[in-house]
Design a binder for this molecule. Structure first.
Ligand code: NAD
Length: 538
């Protein structure tokens, strides 16, 4: 069954559509919503409504979980994990490969739901099933590379056989945000499952349906139902009980919440990975193609209306091409279509909530009050829907302004001119974050040399964020206050395992034999170690 198109048709095509009626009502089919929400572990009888940011109309009533429900979710997950850890790695990997196909087959339904819940443009929502399909295929195909036991050097050649096993942590708690609700609900959980763990997840309250569709697809791909538990409710209430029962916590969200999570994990001495905020720089070097850089900067800054952790909020442009770049960037920004549509024709959707509008409005107002200039945008657009905000370009932003160093998490960028690249690197590296950066240049070697000097967990050259985000064999995460740990690649799966060393000793034991005294035994051992070094042994 698929997400139902609303009645009457909710399509609002953009700022120039005179017929646009922001009050048009719509609903998802109740049976569809019920089938999804039935997956939430909830015995309270309480529900909480969600609203689509497209028009601010009610979307669904979400059953709420209590602290006891969280405990029950962990009981079920632990039972399921015990059996799951005995399932062969090949069988687990096959399920991921089936998920890859399912997600690509069902992408329309997934993308519809993401658009309903977040209000983002369809082309931005499309990135999410793609990211999950790539992640599922990657881990499905590389399962043995990451998880097979590895032989290591034993203390005595031939006599000591040493190996390292990857043992599942147990039950992984995942707390996810609303901005990439399909991708971020699943992308960390897939390697956790492959490594033999169960998952209890608390998605953001605003985007529960998309996360629940992910849970349903996992079951359809063959994963045992109880292996993936979903609880619903405010993070402030369910976060602590979830962390108290988890063997490892995987959090994506704001830096402020990440610090709270890290403290709670530290109290229990459990590991956590934290994927947090950013204030991401984009550098346009003097030899960059102006057109390509302007096109890339639009994607880097306004994808998902800037509500993307990897989104650019600061652009540093070489003096020599500054004016031409700004002219192209402003022209391209003004040509973007803005509006509410489930169709492919919209370039930028809405912010998700009144809170987001408030933050973006406050950052822009503060900058203008302190002397910044708006080159384009700078206004909320209630004529399009309750939370629309124009893509906005600012010039003249200075350190006393909030948007200079604080994450806006909206479609607002600041432009800065630079004279020499060392200065641009220093300014890009200023601040407390270090998540993502982009560099535009026609000299790949030079751009890669500069990348090594940028304090960011990922650097995209001649691209916005998709090159690193989509290259799932590379690790992704933040330096400094942008996070701890990495998702994707080997790092992204090994965090969900404990490493266990096993050494088997043959023939000789670690004590004197053949009538040797302790002193002679020590001399023989010393001679052995000297010989091993001479022979080049590590
Ligand atoms: P948030 O920290 O407010 O919420 C994220 C999640 O944490 C939600 O599920 C929320 O319910 C839960 N939560 C809130 N308080 C909690 C608490 N005390 N204990 C446990 N859980 C709690 O973040 P947000 O505003 O929803 O998301 C936007 C932020 O996330 C931005 O800063 C953005 O940069 C960041 N983000 C980072 C990445 C990344 O990969 N680095 C990806 C997406 C978003």
């Amino acid at each position: 069954m698929s997400a139902q198109s609303p009645t009457p048709e909710p399509m609002v095509t953009g700022p120039h559509d005179p017929e646009h009626d922001p009050k048009a009502s719509y609903a998802l089919e109740p049976e569809y919503v019920e089938a999804l929400t039935a997956r939430i572990v909830s015995t309270t009888g309480a529900t909480s409504p969600t609203y689509s940011p497209i028009h601010g109309q009610p979307l669904a009533n979400i059953p709420q979980s209590s602290v006891d429900d969280v405990a029950e979710a962990f009981r079920r997950a632990r039972r399921a994990q015990a059996a799951w850890a005995r399932t062969s790695l090949d069988d687990r990997a096959q399920m991921l490969l089936r998920l890859h196909d399912l997600v690509l087959d069902r992408q329309d339904e997934i993308v519809d739901l993401i658009c309903w819940e977040t209000g983002k443009a369809r082309k931005h929502a499309f990135e999410e099933p793609v990211h999950i399909a790539l992640t599922a295929r990657y881990y499905g195909r590389t399962a043995h590379r990451h998880l097979d036991s590895e032989r290591r050097l034993g203390i005595l050649p031939l006599l000591t056989r040493a190996e390292v096993n990857r043992v599942p942590k147990g039950v992984v708690g995942i707390i996810a945000p609303w901005n990439y609700p399909f991708s971020l609900a699943l992308c960390d959980g897939l390697p956790a499952l492959l490594a033999g763990n169960a998952v209890v997840t608390k998605p953001d309250a605003q985007t529960m349906l998309t996360a629940l569709l992910g849970a349903q697809l996992l079951e359809e791909a063959g994963f045992p139902k109880d292996l993936w538990q979903v609880v619903a409710g405010p993070g402030r209430e369910l976060g602590t009980p979830l962390i108290k029962s988890s063997d490892y916590v995987c959090f994506t969200g704001s830096t402020a919440t990440g610090k709270v999570i890290a403290q709670q994990c530290a109290e229990r001495l459990i590991g956590c990975s934290l994927e947090l905020g950013g204030k991401n720089p984009l550098l346009v070097l003097r030899d960059a193609s102006v057109e390509r850089a302007a096109e890339g900067a639009i994607r880097a800054s306004f994808a998902s209306a800037g509500q993307l952790c990897m989104s650019t909020e600061r652009i540093f442009v070489a003096d020599q091409i500054y004016d031409r770049f700004v002219e192209r960037l402003v022209a391209r920004t003004e040509a973007l279509s803005l509006g509410a549509s489930l169709d492919w024709d919209v370039d930028m959707g809405t912010l998700i909530s009144p809170d987001q509008v408030e933050t973006v409005t406050a950052h822009v107002a503060d900058a203008l009050a302190k002397g910044a200039r708006v080159l384009t945008g700078g206004k909320a657009r209630p004529d399009l829907g309750p939370y629309y905000y124009e893509p906005t370009i600012l010039e003249g932003v200075t350190p006393d302004m909030t948007c200079f160093a604080e994450e806006t998490f909206g479609p607002v960028i600041s432009l800065y001119r630079f004279h020499d690249e060392a200065d641009a690197i220093d300014r890009a590296n200023a601040g407390r974050y270090g998540l993502n950066a982009s560099i535009f240049s026609q000299d790949g070697d030079r751009a890669r040399w500069i990348a090594r000097q940028i304090k960011a967990g990922s650097v995209n050259i001649n691209e916005a964020y998709g090159a690193t985000f989509g290259s799932v064999d590379t690790p992704m995460g933040g330096m400094r206050e942008s996070g701890m740990g990495r998702r994707q690649g080997g790092e992204g799966i090994h965090r969900f395992t404990e490493t266990q060393a096993v050494a088997t000793q043959r023939l000789l034991r670690f004590s004197p034999q053949f009538g040797l005294s302790e002193e002679t035994y020590a001399k023989v051992q010393t001679a052995n170690f000297r010989l091993l070094k001479k022979l080049g042994r590590a």
